[in-house]
Design a protein. Structure first.
Length: 190
């Protein structure tokens, strides 16, 4: 009986420490030191309404916007993941051919041999908000034509919205599509 009492007390203490005190302290530290990240890196419009997150991609179908990666889950964070198709899988081949056909239709001035692979493939999570700088640059002619913005200005916006590798060595450069499109909107309004 004594062993059961000790086990019950130890379990109660561990539940309080690990299930209550530790999560509350970590949340408190995160809210204090990194408030933006702790709240999901949310992006707000001028009316202070949430329009997205810096961490989760969105679908931009209008030709006046830069387009992100394909997401087989529709950027639904509740369904994070991507089909793990082999290169010979008929569904992957069909989806890729459809993406290339769409590229040709939307971007007739940019040949398919200049089409970056990240514009016709999923990311591992299906949620990636970034594209490569090359993928953004390949879309400049279309966005320039649709928005009336100069190509040089769009290239400047791409450079300004490119996340560089951490400490210059970890990771690849990436352009956050949501932030880039917001910068394009802001430039059009000015």
């Amino acid at each position: 009986m004594k062993g059961i009492t000790i086990m019950f007390r130890l379990s109660s203490v561990l539940m309080i420490v690990c299930g209550l005190l530790y999560p509350l302290s970590v949340t408190g530290v995160a809210q204090t030191l990194l408030p933006d990240q702790a709240k999901g890196s949310l992006v707000y419009n001028d009316q202070q309404e949430v329009i997205g997150s810096k961490l989760i991609g969105q679908t931009f179908a209008s030709p006046q916007y830069f387009h992100g990666r394909i997401s087989s889950i529709g950027y639904d964070a509740a369904a994070s993941g991507s089909p793990n198709y082999a290169p010979s899988n008929p569904e992957l081949i069909r989806r890729t051919e459809a993406a290339v056909s769409q590229w040709k239709e939307d971007n007739p001035e940019v040949p398919v041999d200049r089409l970056p692979a990240d514009l016709v493939t999923n990311s591992g999570s299906g949620l990636d908000p970034h594209i490569s700088p090359a993928a953004a640059l390949a879309q400049v002619p279309r966005v320039s034509q649709q928005t009336g913005l100069d190509e040089a200005e769009l290239k400047r916006l791409i450079d300004a919205n490119t996340d560089r590798p951490l400490w210059g060595i970890f990771g690849e450069p990436g352009v956050n599509v949501l932030l880039l499109n917001l910068a394009v909107n802001k430039q059009r309004e000015s």
